[in-house]
Design a protein around this ligand. Structure first.
Ligand code: NDP
Length: 250
């Protein structure tokens, strides 16, 4: 596409998990290309600093402290975007965590957190954005799955289960929102260099994941995938993107 701002400029984009990694990189990438970005995460200091930095460069950005496990907070994030900018064009349900461990270690609190953030957080994002997009008769919901949403590996059963669920949910959503002219995309990244592996508390598991992440690519790779889906003409709905580092085997 000739103009890198096309399909991005002027759009109001809400991003959960915007305080680091993929969400932060996407906020920067889209803001540089003229999008208005509304940043949600629990670490307010980080998203406030990012919003201030972008605003200082004449980009439009706003930060709203958001814990995606709290439906009311996700609702507030989207309502704040609509109150400030009049609409929501893109909802990126990106917040997630990956505390891998074998099931037999019974890290049930980690299972709960992954289901609450990776799956229920996405559902709350959909619940918050959908009514506005239905009313607008336009919008784009982008959910973040993973290569782990396609493949299951030992130690990653619960994470994979949440990411498979995000794909199933996205496919159901795709079919149901046709009457409202809403686009849906699910993006499944391979290893991308972010803080994600830091959520692993089991030393042996962390070590094996560290090996996979030796080939990790920068978070811009994800931002470009988002931009690719957004840039398509309105009648084209990019439903799935899966990418890996070229050197990633699994
Ligand atoms: P990071 O750990 O760098 O970022 C995770 C983000 O999620 C942070 O901004 C964090 O913000 C946010 N988050 C975590 N819990 C909550 C919560 N309860 N409420 C709101 N926000 C929360 O990892 P990534 O950027 O890599 O992860 C982003 C997404 O990409 C995740 O869904 C992950 O599963 C997915 N993914 C990542 C891959 C990778 O290799 N990096 C590969 C495949 C998928 P805060 O702590 O401030 O709330």
């Amino acid at each position: 596409m000739s103009n890198t701002f096309e399909g991005i400029q002027g759009k109001v984009v809400v991003i959960t998990g915007a305080s680091s990694g993929l969400g932060e990189a996407t906020a920067r990438y889209l803001a540089e290309r003229g999008a208005t970005v509304v940043l949600g995460a629990r670490r307010l200091d980080r998203i406030d600093a990012l919003a201030a930095e972008l605003a200082g460069r004449d980009k439009k950005a706003m930060a709203v402290q958001t814990d995606v496990t709290q439906r009311g907070q996700v609702q507030h994030l989207v309502e704040a975007a609509v109150a400030a900018y009049g609409r929501i064009d893109v909802m990126i349900n990106n917040a997630g965590l990956m505390p891998h461990s074998p099931l037999e270690r019974l890290k049930v609190d980690d299972w709960d957190r992954m289901i609450d953030v990776n799956l229920k957080g996405v559902l709350y994002g959909i619940a918050a954005a959908l009514p506005h997009m239905q009313r607008q008769k336009s919008g784009h919901i982008i959910n973040v799955s993973s290569v782990a949403g396609h493949k299951v590996r030992p130690g990653g059963a619960v994470y994979s289960a949440t990411k498979h669920a995000v794909r199933a949910l996205s496919e159901g959503l795709r079919q149901e929102v046709k009457p409202y002219n809403i686009r849906t995309t699910v993006i499944s990244p391979g290893a991308v260099a972010t803080e994600l592996p830091d959520s692993i508390t089991e030393a042996d598991v962390a070590e094996s994941v560290r090996k996979i992440y030796e080939v990790a690519v920068p978070a811009d790779a994800f931002a470009r995938a988002v931009a690719y889906a957004m840039r398509q003409p309105d009648e084209i709905d990019v439903n799935e993107i899966l990418f890996r580092p070229t050197r990633q085997e699994v």
